[in-house]
Design a protein around this ligand. Structure first.
Ligand code: ADP
Length: 254
């Protein structure tokens, strides 16, 4: 097997008396969509932020695309960090710049020539289904369109991995499905590697190849999603059965 895109080993992080990460090991393979499911406070955001070293772990190693980030600092760390891109629940777009300019921003930071930036921005907008919105400002776009725009921007610098922090949590069900389907398509067509965190079971079941359930700073279970779902003894399997029973129960009542 090739080298993992992301490899965490023995990662620990405390905030005062709170143990946010209690020894996490994780390998995400190139071309994989890996999901981490957990309740609020489980340590998901802290974990995601250690992957690009926005949060530096107290112990353990973090490797991304072959580089050990935990061994780097300064310019080397910034260069290695550029191998990751992140999308967020609230999009984090620049409201005073239009869509094309938002997408071109990472290219400007990477000193890509202006004409190339413009062409690449239009290509990426087309890829996410926003070809006709190049001049629109974020305030003129729907939630789903804003997240598409954020995804296009994240892809601009050609990251090795996309980190998704609850990217669909602010969206309604149909829009959530659209965004998840877009991520799945980018994964298939571009071989994009995705590590996502979520508190929604449906996000895991719809697009993730493998998943981990996180509790109190640890992985309580990890495995291929179809295997976890097929086994009623797993947390994922039992949650899916409870959800199905609830939905079917509600159907029956109507
Ligand atoms: P999740 O994303 O699963 O909701 P977090 O990673 O945000 O969980 O938080 C895990 C634990 O670490 C929580 O108890 C949270 O309060 C604590 N925590 C996270 N970030 C900080 C911080 N910057 N300072 C203090 N405590 C924090």
């Amino acid at each position: 097997m090739s080298e993992p895109s992301i490899s965490l080993s023995g990662v620990r992080k405390r905030f005062g008396d709170t143990v946010a990460l209690d020894g996490v090991d994780l390998d995400v393979q190139p071309g994989e969509i890996f999901g981490i499911l957990g309740r609020s406070g489980a340590g998901k955001s802290t974990l995601l932020r250690t992957v690009n070293l926005l949060t530096r772990p107290d112990a353990g190693t973090v490797r991304v695309d072959g580089a050990e980030l935990t061994a780097l600092s300064g310019r080397e760390l910034r260069a290695a960090r550029a191998k990751t891109a992140m999308i967020f629940q609230h999009f984090n777009l620049l409201s005073n710049r239009n869509a094309a300019s938002n997408v071109a921003l990472p290219l400007r930071l990477a000193r890509t020539p202006r004409a190339r930036r413009r062409a690449r921005a239009l290509e990426l907008l087309d890829l996410v289904g926003l070809a006709d919105k190049a001049r629109a400002y974020p305030g003129q776009l729907s939630g789903g369109q804003r997240q598409r725009l954020a995804i296009a921007r994240a892809l601009a610098a050609e990251p090795a991995v996309l980190l998704s922090d609850e990217a669909t949590s602010a969206l309604d069900t149909d829009t959530t499905d659209e965004i998840l389907d877009l991520l799945a398509r980018l994964n298939r067509e571009l071989g994009l590697t995705v590590l996502l965190i979520t508190h929604e079971l449906e996000v895991i079941t719809r697009i993730c190849h493998r998943a981990a359930v996180m509790e109190a700073g640890r992985f309580a279970e990890t495995g291929p999603v179809p295997e976890l779902l097929a086994d009623p003894a797993t947390r994922l399997g039992s949650s899916a059965r409870r959800l199905a029973a609830r939905l079917l129960g509600e159907e029956a009542v109507r």
